[in-house]
Design a protein around this ligand. Structure first.
Ligand SMILES: C[S@@+](CC[C@H](N)C(=O)[O-])C[C@H]1O[C@@H](n2cnc3c(N)ncnc32)[C@H](O)[C@@H]1O
Length: 495
């Protein structure tokens, strides 16, 4: 099977960039600038990438940290309603105008071309790399899949963002080719992009048929906010795999987990909800709940209103790939990665404490940035700016004061595509349960919090994964109706 960049129906390109149809780029040669314009409307045309759509990589002498492709403006816009400086809470630093993608209206977070968002994604990537002790959460399966056995290996990263994961994988596996796909051009410095790494602009919602059976590894991390049907994408991913190829899905939970690694942190209540609830005194109710948790509750429902399938991604990953026809159940696994929010986690020795606190600080910075990143989504569903500012200020205070010692949980699921029954390909010797890396002093602290827990807790079966989910769900307090849903219902009623 031809590799992704050698397919006959697509022309190969010397550039690091390809823009896949239906997003055709028209180069305006008159102004002497290779400026492009694109259409937001998916085309029904089956035309393949045209020569004119190929962008040359800028010269390697451009040694800036980040790079602005000439056609970036056509894939990126500023949010008009963000132009006001009143959109920043007191003491907040950074630009007021954020950059958003123009291709996928479901994805309402700033894009990786936005400086602040780029940094946020980089912080999160570093935190993951520490917690996973590398670039991937299931090392045995990934290394077995990508081992250099003389055959061509190909890796696909869907929703590649800053491009850092793709670039680092290309360096770690120089014998493999890596393709990063995103709705906006990646702004990594071309000088930093290895020759075995390429990027493509495309919306995953338009399907992945063109990648059929081309990849050994497909990686999808925190993309669900921009997907309209997560389970459908999961199916499509399985078809992109060569027989025996591996899929890895990682998605953030939209719930904070207490330091016991099970209890879901209760959420703060809004004034009118406290007034309605006579069972608990208002003061204790608002004092005990988390504003960050409440913010997640609101943004996950706002995303749903906007057509995102973020919330069902969580369910789907907890269930794992065991029951999906395309995957070999013997090869499937799932895990929860618990990443501390803030530097509250302390280990018995100083080195480990520094290590864990570094991850915690990265995650807290990530969360602080995420609060403002989500405001466009909330504005879009009708929440007033002053209310958003109030929520952000409360969540910021909570994070900075370390009011809750909590973890962000990331759900992970992986599995291999089945091979045909008569296949004589060598078995890739991976089992569903990853061999646990030795527990270093750094991570033994997790053991003390909860026996046998590590930052990445692996579940050997679907049942085990669902039992862990049940245990978390049983700790949940009554969930308020999201404010954004109340707003949406009112709109419906007043129509
Ligand atoms: C939260 S970021 C995660 C980036 C990267 N995967 C990581 O974990 O660092 C989500 C990325 O997915 C991209 N994205 C969102 N919807 C998409 C879609 N439908 N197709 C392709 N990319 C999409 C966004 O532009 C953004 O770069």
């Amino acid at each position: 099977m031809a590799s992704f960049d050698g397919r006959p129906k697509e022309r190969t390109t010397p550039s690091a960039w390809t823009i896949r149809s239906p997003y055709r780029i028209n180069i305006n040669r008159d102004d002497g600038d290779r400026r492009a314009s694109s259409s937001n409307q998916p085309s029904t045309s089956t035309s393949t990438v045209d020569d004119d759509t190929q962008q040359e990589a800028p010269s390697k002498s451009m040694r800036t940290t980040r790079h602005t492709p000439a056609f970036l403006p056509n894939f990126v816009r500023t949010e008009p309603e963000n132009a006001s400086s009143s959109h920043k809470a007191d003491g907040e630093q950074g630009p007021t105008q954020r950059l958003y993608n123009t291709l996928n209206p479901t994805y309402r977070f700033p894009c990786a071309a936005d400086e602040v968002e780029n940094k946020r994604q980089e912080h999160q990537h570093t935190a993951f790399s520490i917690v996973f002790r590398g670039l991937y959460p299931c090392p045995d399966a990934v290394r077995a899949t990508l081992r250099d056995d003389g055959t061509a290996k190909a890796i696909l990263d869907l929703g590649c963002g800053t491009g850092t994961w793709a670039i680092e994988m290309a360096r770690e596996f120089p014998h493999a080719t890596v393709l990063g796909v995103d709705i906006v051009p990646c702004t990594a410095n071309p000088a930093d992009i290895p020759s075995n790494c390429k990027f493509e602009i495309d919306d995953v919602n338009h399907g992945l048929d063109h990648f059929e059976e081309q990849f050994d590894l497909v990686h999808l991390r925190n993309l669900s906010m921009g997907l309209r049907n997560f389970r459908k994408t999961m199916e499509e991913v399985s078809k992109c795999l060569k027989p025996g190829g591996l899929a890895v899905f990682i998605e953030g939970d939209n719930e904070l987990i207490h330091r016991d690694m099970v209890t879901v942190v209760p959420m703060a209540m809004l004034d009118h909800e406290i007034r309605k609830d006579s069972s608990v005194s208002g003061r204790s109710r608002s004092a005990s709940g988390s504003w960050l948790q409440r913010y997640f509750h609101e943004i996950s429902h706002a995303a749903q209103i906007q057509g995102s399938d973020w919330s069902s991604a969580a369910e789907a990953i907890d269930e794992g790939l065991w029951r999906m026809d395309m995957y070999d159940p013997e090869s499937c696994g799932a895990s929860s990665a618990f990443v501390p929010i803030g530097p509250w986690l302390k280990a018995p020795d100083e080195t480990s404490t520094v290590h864990l606190q570094h991850v915690g600080s990265l995650m807290r910075t990530d969360m602080l940035s995420l609060l403002r990143a989500a405001q466009s989504l909330l504005l879009q569903v009708g929440v007033h700016q002053s209310m958003i500012d109030q929520w952000i200020a409360s969540a910021t205070y909570e994070l900075k004061a370390e009011k809750f010692e909590s973890f962000a949980r990331f759900r992970v699921a992986w599995g291999r595509r089945k091979r045909p029954a008569n296949s004589d390909s060598p078995d890739q010797s991976s089992t569903s349960l990853e061999s646990q890396a030795p527990v270093t002093e750094t991570y033994s602290i997790y053991d003390r919090i909860r026996p046998n827990c590590q930052p990445v807790t692996t579940y050997a079966s679907r049942t085990e994964s669902l039992m862990a989910k049940e245990a978390r769900n049983s700790t949940k307090t009554k969930q308020p109706v999201p404010f954004v849903i109340e707003l949406a219902n009112k709109k419906v009623l007043t129509k």
